[in-house]
Design a protein around this ligand. Sequence first.
Ligand code: FAD
Ligand code: NAG
Ligand code: NAG
Ligand code: NAG
Ligand code: NAG
Ligand code: NAG
Length: 641
Amino acid sequence: MKPLSTVLVVSFAGLVNAAPRSESSTVRHQVSQLRNEGYDFIVAGGGTSGLTVADRLSEAFPEKMVLVVEYGDVEYAPGTFDPPLTEWGGRRISARSWTIISQPVLDFKNKTALVLAGQVVGGSSAVNGMFFDRPARQDHDAWANAVDDAGDHGGEKWDWNGIYPFFKKSVSFTPPSAAAAQQHGFTWDASVYGSTTPIYSSFPPFLWADHHIVRNAWKDLGAPALRECAGGEKSGLCWIPISQHPVTARRSHSGVGHYLAVNTTRTNYDLLVKHQVTRVIWPKGPTSGPPVVEVRSLADGTIFNVTAKEEVIISAGVFNTPAILQRSGLGKASILSAAGINTVVDLPGVGSNLQDHSGAAVAWNYTKPGNWTPVPSQMADAAFLADAVAGFNETPARGPYTLGMSNSAIFIAHLDITTREKTDDLVQKIERSIKDGTAISTLPADYRDDPDLMAGYEYQLKIITKLLGDSKTPSLESAFASGNSVRAINLHPVSRGTVRLNTTHPLELPIVDYRTGSNPVDFDVYVDHVRYLRRMITTPAMQRYGAVEAAPGPAVQGYAELVEYVKDVITLSFMHPCCTASMLPKNKGGVVGTDLKVYGTKGLRIVDMSILPFLPSSHLSALAYAVGEKAADAIIREWRR
Ligand SMILES: Cc1cc2nc3c(=O)[nH]c(=O)nc-3n(C[C@H](O)[C@H](O)[C@H](O)COP(=O)(O)OP(=O)(O)OC[C@H]3O[C@@H](n4cnc5c(N)ncnc54)[C@H](O)[C@@H]3O)c2cc1C
Ligand SMILES: *[C@@H]1O[C@H](CO)[C@@H](O)[C@H](O)[C@H]1NC(C)=O
Ligand SMILES: *[C@@H]1O[C@H](CO)[C@@H](O)[C@H](O)[C@H]1NC(C)=O
Ligand SMILES: *[C@@H]1O[C@H](CO)[C@@H](O)[C@H](O)[C@H]1NC(C)=O
Ligand SMILES: *[C@@H]1O[C@H](CO)[C@@H](O)[C@H](O)[C@H]1NC(C)=O
Ligand SMILES: *[C@@H]1O[C@H](CO)[C@@H](O)[C@H](O)[C@H]1NC(C)=O
């Protein structure tokens, strides 16, 4: 590793022009604008979870100073699908994001995954697809089981009952208008949501006309239409709210709800933007108290130390959190020494256990199309488009731009996708692979000299087989809004990847190796999912319009052919990476305990999607807020004692 000290080094202590304590919170662009007296809590990363924690800590402790250090800047963050149409989708998002191209994925013909991560105040909540669902109860109960089995690791409960109050607290839900509910058939249960936090969850007033065809097709296939899917039970056909303001339909994200909403009144909450947390340093050893936070100015490369009196909280996201930890000497000793970094705590779990949602699509053509309107192709019509833009700027907003990505999905258990017998076969296949050692052989080479990582993987597999065999835990998600295809999401993948420092450029993005499909069981699941999705095309709801399968196409039937198809059309990342600093027992490759404290250290916690042990049956933003809320609650209780 290039020594970090080759850049100009200036100590923070004794800087002139520092702001006096009484000054209200404001965005700071230079370390010289930080407060003379220092900070009690420092949060590294002003994203979805990080700003939630900072807001709650500064609210709970008016006398303590909270600093957030954020790589990006404060920006108005438009919704992914907001007008103008010329910026639809990717381009505008990537301007505020890290663009990560993964290592080639061997089992997918060396394709690379494209994955983004927010690089702006608000983090990924400011660039994401705004689909705002929650995990299933069973995901959380399994997570709690994963940490509780081996004894106490901090005493916090992460089962559904333990986290549910924080899901409720983290958002304000507004029911749709009576007219929209009537027109679209929306259902909900407002009692599973909160009403005080300005992170908004709401329904769009608009749906595309062909939406109901796919919805009815899933009903034909037997998916139960659920009234509400955010209350723990989500096996069925779900209406999913969107993270947007109920009236303006503007994106609701943590930069707005957990910073701008409070920065005019909160005098103890500072945000330093355009600065990178490079690493944390314990001058007297990792158990001596909160570490010093080393920060680099993006403007001129200057390096500073900022000191926290109570705690440092790392919330830099699934790729950058393990990079900060590895630069700090927290990681697998052999990997650190290869990068020229002294090991401070040997924690092989750092940057291990990488997972993401992936899956393949099926497509069809209608041979008897109805006269549906509105449909997305009408956006090519100048008058339709002009009305869509005008509608979005009305109060309340109306029209296509209020829809975001989608607000509907099915979540189906594996035994409803196949049969009990086939599901049991799959479960037994995983169990055999644990017994005969073939499961371990699918792991990255640098796992296989580490007993804890190997034990942790088998431990996870045992828990995931329970989820796979459970009638209430979804194995497949498929979201839909309009059009001639639907995509499968493999909700509980069993392949594992890594995030490792780029040894020649340690301050840049780390190297992301997904290793998707390295455990062949995932291919069985992808194939089962494609077979299930294609059955949807044959339902009466679809046949009414003469739907014919266009992909994979009727000729593609056998397992080997379907595997080949999946390899060709896979989406390798639905942008839900997780688990690179997992909450697991230390002897199972864990990095944090249930209190989110990093094993072997004092004064350091991790609060972001890195801490998940495995993926849940949901997208991650609602969970990132709930984890932030629950973490803040634990920290506040501890410092009140
Ligand atoms: C394009 C995209 C689409 C998505 N779609 C959806 C969706 O529709 N629904 C859904 O629920 N989820 C979605 N997700 C996932 C979800 O948004 C994320 O999982 C979640 O927001 C992650 O929260 P986090 O707190 O872990 O990290 P983030 O919110 O990413 O926050 C990390 C923050 O740390 C900052 N940072 C990083 N490194 C440093 C450093 N060294 N120093 C200082 N600051 C640093 C970053 O700039 C960022 O602000 C999507 C994600 C993306 C990227
Ligand atoms: C930051 O603190 C560490 C540990 O005390 C020290 O080695 C380093 O020189 C300091 N850096 C600066 C910029 O003061
Ligand atoms: C709050 O943040 C916004 C955005 O950076 C800034 O314009 C405003 O001045 C801040 N308010 C206060 C009181 O500092
Ligand atoms: C993928 O890359 C590996 C390593 O470079 C190579 O051995 C393999 O042949 C490649 N596979 C394909 C399908 O190109
Ligand atoms: C490390 O980063 C540099 C600069 O971005 C890049 O050129 C190089 O390919 C990266 N290394 C690896 C192994 O990806
Ligand atoms: C479906 O439509 C596409 C585009 O018009 C066409 O290329 C394809 O051949 C059609 N497939 C079938 C099975 O009708």
